[in-house]
Design a protein around this ligand. Structure first.
Ligand code: NA7
Length: 538
């Protein structure tokens, strides 16, 4: 039992989508005393930090938002299909104001460590501003793709020009006019940034390690009639996305790609290609993620598109992905990405054919024995996904055991929301939950609501601690791996597989529920309904 009164009922780390709603829910629904610590100087999280040119959401705006505020769903007008970063940040600022969130948030403050006090069943939280506070509950709302991956390129300190990582772009923007620019990486971020930078820069060189299966975003204005119809049907939309596979209004074609005739398949592929966005990835034939043969058919279609879009056949071949299954890396959405390589001021340096990056020099980048000179280098090298930001919290659970140690061979969680040995810690969209395999706001709202109900239940029943049993956790980890081992995902060197960082233990990070995010939601609700099955409550 607790024998000390904490400073706060809950400390929430991070003020992005997750932290904002967590605060709102615990404070306004349960009446708890909550403190949010946020490293940035305002709300936004992902949408605060990622300010690179072309940064925008890859999900349709009408479902990439909070759904708990029904009035706001009606009032807020998104300007385009996929809003740009400044617009999403404006939206989040508006939500913060509307729900008076900032009064319980402390900005420009990073949580540096926290340890569990087993005597009092409290977390002691430390920040880089010198705070030392105690809390009963600790909610990590730190984001899944927030811990920057900056590879240790030899010689970086020698570079005389300026360099940036896309996730830490200056808030004042960067003027690329008349500059020689190098971009390292061709992931979803680079695919958004490259066409924008190419329009401004004198010359752009793109360093590609792995070619990517990009599909068109089909970005633009949304027909006002469609917007009106969606607003009229928001209750239906919310219900559908919550019960759906990916938290999107996308549904697999309920047949094998191999059963369809070539003509029928081509028609379906064209339809998805023309619809743009995640349709090709998430509304494709149902065996696309399971059967190599089915997957090859989808991949071949995209390869044909690349070859017809890129004029120089040598460049086209470099841009055609090979050696891994389509859709097993995060789907980049493009607006004129492949077309950009037709421009005279754009050069592609492909690791496989031209040689990989060897070092950074005073003047630029040496790759394949050639030196490329730059005024600016942009590293679009991604993140230490899902576990990086959590490990960086330096949590010490029971017996002083660190999360770093507990996860030395990859993440171990129960339901992706809790970790054995770390009582009263909740990880919103944590590893081994659907998280990045879903439309994030849907998964965030689900976790926040589940955590709120859990804490409410504990208070009503006089419980002080909750933590998963090792047995339940082990079973969950086996289940997560068993499901994913039946797919093509594990054969690819993706950040989903922890393979983007040299020394990261290979493990699949999110969870693919066989019934999608709707199925996962049911699973979590059943755990709660069965008296928090798999958890030890005391
Ligand atoms: P990603 O998808 O991890 O892409 C990073 C890119 O950088 C990718 O092309 C990597 O090649 C490349 N990379 C990473 N390390 C290196 C080194 N050491 N040398 C050369 N190239 C390297 O990150 P993004 O920011 O694009 O996207 C992350 C998510 O943000 C995205 O999925 C959305 O959810 C939003 P690789 O493919 O690993 O060979």
């Amino acid at each position: 039992m607790a024998n000390s009164t904490p400073d706060f009922d809950a400390v929430v780390i991070g003020a992005g989508f997750s932290g904002m709603y967590m605060l709102k829910s615990l404070r306004d629904n349960l009446g708890l005393k909550v403190r949010v610590y946020e490293a940035g100087d305002t709300v936004g999280g992902t949408w605060y930090w990622n300010r690179y040119p072309g940064a925008r959401c890859d999900s349709d705006a009408y479902i990439y938002c909070f759904t708990f505020d029904k009035q706001l769903l009606q009032e807020w007008e998104w300007t385009e299909r996929y809003p740009e970063q400044p617009e999403i940040l404006r939206y989040l600022e508006h939500v913060a104001k509307r729900h008076d969130l900032k009064r319980d948030m402390q900005f420009s403050t990073r949580v540096t460590s926290a340890e569990f006090d087993e005597k009092n069943n409290l977390w002691m939280v430390h920040t880089d501003s010198g705070d030392e506070v105690t809390a009963r509950y600790l909610v990590a709302a730190v984001g899944s793709l927030s811990h920057t991956n900056m590879p240790q390129f030899k010689g970086l300190e020698r570079f005389k020009g300026t360099w940036y990582h896309t996730s830490r772009f200056p808030h004042t923007g960067v003027d690329f006019t008349a500059k020689r620019v190098g971009v390292v990486g061709t992931g979803a971020t680079a695919v958004q940034a490259i066409p924008e930078i190419a329009q401004q820069a004198k010359h752009l060189t793109v360093f590609q390690r792995t070619a990517n299966f990009c599909v068109p975003a089909r970005h633009g204005k949304v027909d006002p009639e469609v917007i009106k119809a969606r607003k009229a049907d928001y209750d239906g939309i919310v219900k559908r996305i919550r019960e759906s596979f990916f938290g999107q209004e996308h549904y697999f074609i309920p047949k094998s790609a191999l059963e369809a005739t070539p003509e029928e398949r081509e028609r379906e592929f064209d339809k998805m290609w023309d619809a743009g966005g995640f349709a090709f990835w998430l509304a494709n034939y149902q065996d696309m993620f399971f059967s190599q043969e089915a997957n090859d058919l989808c991949a071949d279609y995209i390869k044909r598109k690349i070859r017809t879009t890129v004029q120089d056949p040598v460049v086209a071949e470099k841009l055609v992905p090979n050696g891994y299954a389509y859709g097993t890396k995060r789907q980049p959405l493009d607006t004129n990405y492949f077309e950009t390589f037709n421009k005279d001021n754009v050069l592609l340096v492909d690791a496989a054919t031209d040689g990989g990056i060897e070092e950074i020099t005073e003047k630029g980048i040496r790759a394949g024995g050639n030196e490329y000179e730059f005024d600016i280098i942009v590293f679009a090298t991604g993140f230490d996904a899902m576990t990086g930001a959590l490990k960086a919290l330096n949590l010490k659970g029971r017996g002083g055991r660190t999360l770093e140690k507990a996860w030395a061979d990859g993440p171990h969680s129960y339901l992706g929301i809790s970790v054995a040995g770390f009582p009263n810690v909740f990880t919103i969209t944590g590893p081994q939950s659907p998280s990045v395999l879903s439309n994030m706001p849907v998964s965030i709202e689900q976790h926040v609501e589940w955590i709120t109900d859990c804490i409410d239940n504990m208070r009503q029943t006089g419980k002080t601690t909750i933590e998963p049993t090792s047995q339940a956790q082990d079973q969950w980890v086996s289940h997560v791996n068993e499901i994913i081992n039946a797919t093509l995902m594990t054969g690819t060197n993706s950040w989903y597989m922890s393979a983007n960082i040299a020394d990261k233990p290979r493990a699949f990070l999110p969870y693919l529920d066989p019934e999608g995010v709707g199925g996962y939601r049911k699973r979590c609700d059943e755990v709660a309904a069965n008296g928090y099955e798999g958890f030890a409550l005391a």
